[in-house]
Design a protein around this ligand. Structure first.
Ligand code: C2E
Ligand code: MG
Ligand code: MG
Ligand code: MG
Length: 289
């Protein structure tokens, strides 16, 4: 039996390829439908000032909601959206939803902190980002100071000149720019530090290694904090899960913390409750959020 299957290996392989291609096509169609039916949701993860416990920002993180209520994380569909040309539409929807939510919070008089929206490199490449941003903020009467975009270095390097110009244009609107996953790509420090930006986000990977007592990770983290300080930029550590990490970062001058130690990404209703209760969080350790 095994021999026989091996003999027809090529046909079997083709069939497997077909299945994979079909599943992909199916997923692409499902995603297109989900976007059209607006079956995507934003979860909001607090950024906290570790000295006061105050929530000083919220990162909007997209989720795809299946008709049966299943929640699909962005790691499973952002790449697909980029490859099949749906990312501009998805990005516009994310922007619209973030501004819609901001307008709700403002109407409730909740004084929401700035909301960070992740932007894919494709949105920068296509030139759609700036017009979409300004149209969306106008639609919901949102001041640009309420919005920040997060963009990864890998999203920018493909065409660094045009990427930088796009970021300049975003900042000219009054919208802040954060460099996400700072230092995880292959760009030179010279390039990274010259990107038009207001904030550097220290990637979870470095923060995780801190917990393991990794001296190299510590050196990287302290360097990023130093660069941010010397350039007059903000710095945020993400993926912080332990009080020891909070203390170390605080000692090195990074007081803005995002991670499970304070809160997981929260559905809009939970984020609303947090703001209504005054927007203060205490470190609580993983699993309790
Ligand atoms: P990111 O922008 O670096 O977001 C941080 C990710 O780390 C989030 O995963 C968040 O849930 C997770 N995280 C935060 N704190 C902790 C922690 O303490 N421990 C652990 N283990 N994880 C933590 P998520 O929501 O699955 O998002 C993954 C990535 O998907 C994001 O990474 C971002 O690159 C991308 N993404 C999310 N939303 C959007 C979007 O609307 N548009 C685009 N283009 N990309 C998005
Ligand atoms: Mg981000
Ligand atoms: Mg990140
Ligand atoms: Mg990341």
């Amino acid at each position: 039996r095994v021999k026989k299957a091996g003999g027809s290996g090529s046909a079997f392989f083709d069939a497997a390829m077909d299945t994979a291609a079909q599943e992909r096509l199916q997923m692409e169609n499902d995603l297109r439908t989900a976007i059209h039916e607006r079956r995507i949701a934003l979860y909001y993860q607090p950024r906290v000032d570790s000295r006061s416990g105050r929530v000083i920002g919220l990162e909007a993180l997209v989720r795809w909601i299946e008709p049966d209520g299943r929640v699909i994380p962005p790691t499973e569909f952002i790449g697909l959206a980029e490859e099949c040309g749906l990312i501009d539409e998805l990005g516009a929807l994310v922007m619209d939803e973030a501004c819609r939510q901001l307008s709700i919070w403002k109407a409730m008089d909740l004084h929401p902190p700035r909301v960070g929206v992740n932007v894919s490199g494709h949105q920068l490449d296509s030139g759609a980002l700036v017009p979409t941003l300004s149209a969306t903020m106008a639609r919901w009467a949102i001041e640009p100071g309420c919005v920040e975009i997060e963009v990864t270095e890998t999203a920018l390097v493909r065409d660094s000149e045009s990427g930088s110009r796009q970021l300049e244009a975003v900042r000219a609107l009054g919208v802040q720019v954060a460099i996400d996953d700072f230092g995880t790509g292959y760009s030179s420090l010279a390039y990274l530090t010259r990107l038009p930006s207001d904030t550097l986000k220290i990637d979870r990977a470095f923060v995780v290694d801190l917990a393991r007592g990794d001296r190299a990770a510590e050196a990287v983290v302290r360097s990023i904090i130093g660069i941010a300080r010397d350039l007059g930029k903000g710095v945020v550590a993400e993926g912080v899960e332990s009080i020891e990490q909070v203390r170390a970062l605080d000692g090195w001058g990074c007081h803005t913390i995002q991670g499970f130690i304070y809160a997981r990404p929260l559905p809009a209703e939970a984020a609303t409750r947090l703001l209504a209760e005054g927007g203060i969080l205490r470190p609580s350790g993983p699993g309790t959020g």
